[in-house]
Structures are given as structure tokens and as C-alpha cells.
Design a protein around this ligand. Sequence first.
Ligand code: UDP
Length: 400
Amino acid sequence: MVRRLTDYRGIVDDAVIAEIYRKGRKLYKKHILHINSTPYGGGVAEILRSLIPLMNDIGVRVGWRILVGSPDFFRVTKKFHNALQGDQISLTRKKIRIYEETNETFAKLTHIDHDLVIVHDPQPLPLITFYRKRQPWVWRCHIDLSRPNRKLWNYLKGYVLRYDLVVYQMEQFAARGVPGEYRIIQPSIDPLSLKNMPLSRTTIRKYVMKAGLDPKRPIIAQISRFDKWKDQIGVVDVFERVRREVDCQLVLVGDMALDDPEGQEMYEKLMAAVKNKRDIHVILGAHDVMVNAIQRAADVVVQKSLREGFGLSVTEALWKGTPVVASNVGGIPAQVKDGENGFLVDPYDHSTMAERVMDIIGDRTLREKMGEKAIQHVKENFLITRHLENWLDLAIELLS
Ligand code: UDP
């Protein structure tokens, strides 16, 4: 069901709703375009699915286009993504050709006559070179660019320089050495989406049973794309350490994004690693309500990322009042306050992570106290209404 801004009354103050309508009014007749490279899987698609209908609801015309690429293209851009997070890459002519040609072909098929263009992440970054630019273009980067592979970044920067503005998720993600301005807009979750809406106890129980879990025994969960940076195999090791001390179950929910060709391989590696192991459940491509129910039913959610963008899976779990034990990387420390609403750990220190998980499983009062703080932290900082207002402010500034 398409949501309207007024549906959020009761979750945020009426004054916030009225202010958003007022800001939307300044953008009447404006036409804004978002471009990314996958319709599902991962945090970017998740946000666009909520943000775009809401902007239309308040009277701003906003569209979404998805860059069409071949498997080869996505193999190249996944390598770029990994290298921007610190991996090595050999930046061959072939990779560059595939990257640029895909963007050029898409540009030939796609008219852009909007008032503002917002391009997400590196996949569609070169598009800007294939249009006669007559409006502001914003590059919305969801990746931590503080320590990118230098050679690759130097190449990509050639495109970034053409943009009017770069928008990062966190101050510390900003790339160094890019002249010009940048802004910070933190991501958000939609409290009314199927993934985050309230669920009855009966529904939660129903989904827990459907997942093959025992509702009477403690549940540890991680919800992530199958990706080496999310380190699901490391989560299994942490779980086994916990399992030696406490009777509990692990559920790993995962999916694959259209623009991520490594998912299948990671999934197969994980399945091989958990073969014949007790109390470990791997769920591929769960429905949003299933994700919601598991995040609610879990005694603790873990996010054992080795690198992370913002980490919306963490936000989602906190919103459900579930404490999170997570790696101290990327946007996670902005969300998990150590000892308050969960614990922050070094992602390579499995034994401390196991101990923190046990601290939470073994102490119901702590769990409840942390859960209350978790909800409050998300409410104050990471709801879609704040995010919507940030984009309206930026569009007003760029278009006035
Ligand atoms: N997600 C999902 N099903 C899965 C795995 C992940 O719906 O099986 C969702 C998850 O709930 C979250 C998003 O994908 O909304 C992941 O966003 P995050 O920022 O944590 O990581 P990214 O995948 O963008 O690196």
C-alpha cells in the first residue's frame, strides 16, 4: 500500500508533518530524478522505495530510474565497490570500457529533462558526461570513501568533479581531496514499511515457527546480503562459541542484490560452512514480514560487518527494541551506543563478540533496558521523515 505523509502522525509530531508539507510547497512543479542500479537488495533500494512515494505524496514530482547493466558490468562495479572499501584492483582498460560503455548506452536510451538529478553510488556515476547538463546533478554516495584504492578513486574523481554537490552518509565517509562542497544526509528507515511496521505477538510467533526456529529458546540473528564484508561465516564462529555455553539458535537471513554478482558464491560458501551444524538456520530471500518478525523475535541481533556503509539492518533491529552487538565500523557507531543499546566490538575479535552476545542473552533486564534506548535513538535520529526533510532542504537550496 502506498503510504501518505499523514500516516506518520503519532510516530512523529504533527509539527514535523506540517513543516514537511510547507517545504514541499516550495518545490511544486519541480521534477526530480533518482538513478541507482538495483530495484531490490541492500539499503539504497530500501530507502528509495519509501522516500520517492512520500515525495510524490507531498506534491513534488519525483521519479526513479534503474541503470540497466550486463553481468559483466556488475562484476566490474562490484570490484570497484570492493576497492573503494580497501581491496586491491587491477584497473584495466577492459574494465573501464565496460563501465563507460554501459553508462553511455543507458544515456542513449534515457531522456533526462528533470530539474534535479540525484545519482546513487558509483555504478551510474559517469552518466553525467553523456548529457547536456542543464540542471544540478548530485552524487549521493553510500560508501565509506575515507580510505579508497587510490588509483581507482583518482579515475572516478574525474566524474565526481563534474557534479554540483556530493552527499555522504557520514562526515567520516567523505573522500579527501575533492574540491567543492559536500553535505551529510544520514539514512533512515520507514517505520510503516512491511519490514518495520508493528507486528502482533501471534504474527511474530507464526513467522518464527515458519523459519524453523523454536520460540522458546534464545535467538541470535543477522540480516545481511550474502557478501564477504558482512562476514556471515565469522558469525557462525561467534555463534559456536556462544553455543558451547548457552542453548541458543542462530538465524542468518540473506539475499542478493541485482548489482552484486558475488552473492551466489558467498551463499554457497556459507551453506558449505554450516552443513550438518545444529541450530543454524540460513534463510534466502525472506519476505519483509519475515525479516521484521525475526528482528523482533531475536534476543540479540548481530552485525558482524568487516566494512560497512551505514548499516540499515542495524537501524531496523534497534527500532524493534532489539539490542545489537555489532562491529565498530562504518555507520554502526552512530547507531549502536556501547553499553547503552547494544555493544560495539572489533569485528575480528570473535571471543569478545561472543561474550557480549551472552551478556545480553543472559540478562533480561539489560535486554529490556537496552531495547527501550534503542527505540528512542532511532526515533530521534533515523526515521524517514527526517530524511525526507533533509532532501527537501537540499532541493530547495539547489533549485531556488
Ligand atoms: N535485507 C533484506 N533481506 C535480506 C538481507 C537484507 O531485506 O535477506 C535488507 C535489510 O533489512 C536492510 C538492507 O537489506 O534493509 C541492507 O541494508 P544495509 O544498509 O544494512 O546494507 P547494504 O546491503 O546496503 O550494504
